[in-house]
Write a protein that binds this ligand. Structure first.
Ligand code: AHG
Ligand code: MN
Ligand code: MN
Length: 337
């Protein structure tokens, strides 16, 4: 991709503005919000890229060579996204994995905006020390409370079907921002030479079939029988059977990104101490399920329940999740139900 020479490459800003022209009724608030999220992502990306020289610059929790205190990367990412949304005129409040309570923005502009945002500012943070992909997940809802008033908890506890947009940023071998609206899923790659996200994966669709399955098999004996049967289904008993490839990065963003591009299923079931699964409904599973469905895939919480239909009761509640390519999900659903 050479965006400096190729006029046809569209930046995120250009793309969202073009989208506005196609929909004359649109107010531009969602486009503005996505650009603000993109800006915070670029700031986080710079810091993520420096993570490897933490020992030289100073480790998190200590003081760096300039005498400044160094924040943990997830705190840094949280601050960047919250500050960007706070200064945005398109968001009236945010809920984050890193904050117990949601944060209402009560300045005049923010209170008059119609969207709330939920975020996992840094997903897969266990991967930082080993230089493996990490990400950010976001979800956008239209507020239920009237414009001009502070937002409240109910604005954040809507079922996933109500999402207006959802997406993620993956800080990987390149950095990408992928988001879904009700219409489509679009992927943008950060071109470091111009510091812009450029449209690289237009109208993403998950392959209907694939040979990849992704789950932490280390917990195999702790999963319930149905889940073990799903794993058994993907493990060839002889070379005449279909051979699946098993992948597990330990970062939901990376698993979903791979699934969007190459197809497959990713699941994080309930077991033992995680009796409701480990992943969070509001800012991990709902946004990813929305993306996957918009790209033509399926997302469930068990054999019979569409994940997006679940009405959240708490901001930080957990949920078992199974999502991915349609054909594989249908097989998985048959075994689970
Ligand atoms: P986070 O870094 O936001 O806490 O999320 C990490 C999550 C998720 O992305 C990943 O799929 C899962 O933790 C891995 O958990 P296990 O190590 O238990 O498999
Ligand atoms: Mn996470
Ligand atoms: Mn996190």
């Amino acid at each position: 991709m050479n965006s400096t020479n190729n006029q046809k490459v569209m930046t995120l800003d250009e793309f969202t503005i073009q989208e506005l022209r196609n929909f004359p009724g649109a107010t531009g608030q969602l486009s503005g919000l996505l650009r603000d999220i993109g800006l915070a992502a670029k700031r986080v990306n710079v810091e993520v890229n420096k993570a490897g020289i933490a020992d030289i610059l100073g480790e998190a929790g200590k003081t760096n060579v300039q005498g400044e205190s160094v924040k943990k990367l997830d705190e840094f990412a949280n601050d960047q996204f919250i500050n960007s949304l706070r200064h945005s005129i398109y968001c009236c409040g945010v809920a984050s994995e890193e904050n117990e309570e949601f944060i209402p923005f009560t300045d005049e502009h923010s209170m008059n905006s119609k969207y709330v945002v939920l975020i996992d500012p840094l997903d897969g943070s266990g991967n930082i020390d080993v230089n493996v992909s990490i990400g950010t997940i976001f979800s956008v809802y239209r507020r239920l409370t009237p414009n001009g008033s502070p937002c409240d908890l109910n604005d954040f506890l809507q079922s996933g079907t109500q999402q207006i947009a959802a997406g993620y940023i993956i800080y990987g071998s390149s950095t990408m921002l992928v988001y879904a609206t009700r219409r489509s899923v679009q992927g943008f790659t950060l071109d470091p030479s111009i510091g812009e996200f450029c449209l690289s994966h237009a109208n993403l669709q998950i392959p209907d079939d694939s040979d990849i399955f992704s789950v932490n098999v280390g917990y195999y004996h702790l999963y319930e029988e149905k889940v073990r049967k799903v794993i058994d289904h993907f493990m060839a008993k002889n070379e005449q059977e279909k051979i699946y490839r098993h992948r597990f990065v330990g970062c939901m963003v990376a698993e979903i990104h791979r699934t969007l591009i190459q197809g497959g299923v990713f699941f994080y079931p309930a077991f033992g101490k995680y009796k409701n699964g480990r992943l969070r409904l509001c800012y991990e599973c709902n946004p990813m399920s929305f993306l996957v469905e918009k790209a033509g895939g399926m997302a469930l919480m068990d054999g019979g329940t569409r994940l997006l239909d679940v009405k959240p009761e708490q901001l930080h509640q957990r949920i078992p999740v199974f999502l991915g390519s349609k054909r594989l999900m249908e097989q998985l659903q048959t075994i689970l139900s």
